[in-house]
Design a protein around this ligand. Sequence first.
Ligand SMILES: CC(=O)N[C@H](C=O)[C@@H](O)[C@H](O)[C@H](O)COP(=O)(O)O
Ligand SMILES: C=C(OP(=O)(O)O)C(=O)O
Length: 368
Amino acid sequence: MSGPTIQLAGGSGRRIGGHHPCLIVAEIGQNHQGDVDIAKRMIDMAKRCGADCVKLQKSSLPDKFAGSALRRPYEGPHSWGATYGEHKAHLELSRSAYRELQEYAKQAGTRAASLVDILFTASAMDPVSAEFLEELDVPFVKVGSGDADNLPMISEIAGRGRPVVVSTGMQSLETVRRVYELVLRHTSQLALLQCTSAYPTPDEHVHLRVLQQYQQAFPRTVIGYSGHEQGTAITVAAVALGAKIVERHVTLDHSWRGSDHACSLEPAQLTALVSDIRRLELALGTPAKAVQPSEHACWLKLGKTVVARRELAAGCRLTAADLAVKVAEPKGWRPERLNQLVGRRLRTALQADDSVTDDVLEPEPERE
Ligand SMILES: CC(=O)N[C@H](C=O)[C@@H](O)[C@H](O)[C@H](O)COP(=O)(O)O
Ligand SMILES: C=C(OP(=O)(O)O)C(=O)O
């Protein structure tokens, strides 16, 4: 069974889920440090490393945060202002910057000498930003974990029919089920991502097996993974467990100021992640067990065959004690059929270690 798929919007023509390659999303988030030029460098980096999509986080600050949250002091090594409001204002890119970056992403393929562009989208951090992303005609709207229980906003987004990808950090299975049922009332274009919202996430809090739980509990949707752990191995494993979208924060430098850099992938890691996922997809193959053409050379060199255990005269009737299993030339009878040789008569004499081939045997007597 190939499983549900989503047709991405915005003219990309791409599908995700089913047998389609895993969509690899490079989450720029706010790692652009509030600087459009860094965001552009990150788009080019993501394209060069082979990611399918870049993603930012769009907020309208007074719509995402109450005054109390904007006024709270925010001091520390990752802060860009004395209050959380100042910090977030520094990191928020304007609507015109988003338009500029969307155009820039459209040309990313050309700059990387590739025929394929990189998809560009963002998470809608509030309903006003969700409307803006609709205007931008993004391939899908991302709903981050902080909004996974924001059913009013999710309902509005799903009502517009554009594919929606919901991360489910900080949520219970019951909440995720509500999201699933709500979105499916509007559209089938839904993906649910297992996520743990801890930066970085301790390995024991990742729970990749939730992917299997989601596949069973939410069979009509595409399942994926948004990771905040360190390194790439766990995200590759998520694909082995069936994730059809993976999202990871990316950075140009782990040591930069900002809460997300520590769990973000630098370019070499992103390249390795993409290459490992693509190798894994090939390696997952099909459930059909079959001898592969590439195994032939090994079989010729090391495959076993039935041989004479000792010198045997022409005309003798073979017993199990006459036969052994060894690597030999030429290939003769396969060891799994050794029992069928017992009672057969030899047409030609054999030396010890000679292969038992069809042409050393008298024809099998006709059965009555
Ligand atoms: C839950 C959620 O939105 N998480 C986002 C996505 O993973 C994060 O990127 C946050 O925006 C980021 O960690 C916030 O950091 P600060 O509070 O230092 O701006
Ligand atoms: C918070 C976000 O995502 P996640 O919950 O997947 O980290 C986001 O995309 O803005």
